[in-house]
Design a protein around this ligand. Structure first.
Ligand code: VGL
Ligand code: ZN
Length: 205
C-alpha cells in the first residue's frame, strides 16, 4: 500500500517566509493535484519552540547558514523559522490538507533539530513514523515538499533505511541550495536507492 508524504509546505519555507525556498510555492498546485490521486496523504510539519538550538539567534556571534558543532554533529544554523503557533509554521494557505490522515510534527525538542520525518538529527531519536506506517501496512512512500536538500532528502534516506520503497517526485519538491546542496542531495538519494518520478507519470487525467 502506498502513501503520499508531503514534507513541510509551510509559510516560512515559501517566498516571504523566514527561510524561504526559492519558488517553494510553485510546487503547491502540483502537490494538490497529486493529493487527489492518492488514497492516503501524510504530512510533516516543522514545529520548533522559540530559542531552538538550530537557530543562529541561539548562538552568540553566529549568522544564519553558519554551522555549529552540536553534540550530535555539525548543524547548519537557520534563521528563526516555523515557531510553534506562529503564522510561519502554518501550512501554506494554498496547500490542500483536507484529506491528510496524519500530521507528524518534528523539531519540537529544543536541543536537537529534525530534518527527517523519521529520526531527529542524532539519527537515533525516532518520531514514531516508522511504527505508524508499519501498523497501517504502508510499504511504499511517494515524497513531495520542501526542502529537497534537507527535510525531503533526510526523510527519503531514512525511509529507505527503514525498508520502505521510496519515490521522490522531482517536480513536486524544491530546494534551499547551499553550496551545491541540491545536486548533492540528488546524488545521495540516488545512490541510496531512492527512485525518482515526475508528477505526470503518476497523474491519470
Ligand atoms: C528544513 C531547514 C530547517 C526543511 C527545516 O524543511 O527542509 N530545513 N528546518
Ligand atoms: Zn526547521
Amino acid at each position: 500500500m502506498k502513501a503520499l508524504l508531503i514534507v513541510d509546505i509551510q509559510n516560512d519555507f515559501c517566498p516571504g517566509g523566514a527561510l524561504a525556498v526559492p519558488d517553494g510555492d510553485k510546487i503547491i498546485p502540483v502537490v494538490n493535484r497529486l493529493s487527489k490521486q492518492f488514497d492516503h496523504i501524510l504530512i510533516t510539519q516543522d514545529w520548533h519552540p522559540g530559542g531552538h538550538h538550530s537557530f543562529a539567534s541561539s548562538h552568540d556571534g553566529k549568522q544564519p547558514f553558519d554551522t555549529a558543532e552540536m553534540p550530535y554533529g555539525d548543524q547548519v544554523l537557520w534563521p528563526d523559522h516555523c515557531i510553534q503557533g506562529t503564522p510561519g509554521a502554518d501550512f501554506h494557505p494554498a496547500l490542500d490538507t483536507t484529506s491528510a490522515q496524519l500530521i507528524i510534527r518534528k523539531g519540537f525538542r529544543k536541543e536537537i533539530d529534525s530534518y527527517s520525518g523519521f529520526y531527529e538529527n542524532d539519527h537515533k531519536t525516532g518520531t514514531g513514523l516508522t511504527g505508524y506506517l508499519r501498523d497501517r501496512g504502508f510499504d511504499s512512500l511517494y515524497i513531495a515538499g520542501l526542502a529537497s536538500d534537507f527535510c525531503v532528502k533526510w526523510t527519503a534516506l531514512d525511509a529507505v533505511k527503514e525498508g520502505f520503497g521510496v519515490t521522490v517526485i522531482r517536480d513536486a519538491v524544491a530546494g534551499i541550495d547551499i553550496e551545491g546542496s541540491v545536486n548533492k542531495a540528488w546524488e545521495e538519494m540516488e545512490s541510496a536507492g531512492v527512485q525518482f518520478s515526475y508528477s505526470n507519470d503518476l497523474l491519470t487525467s
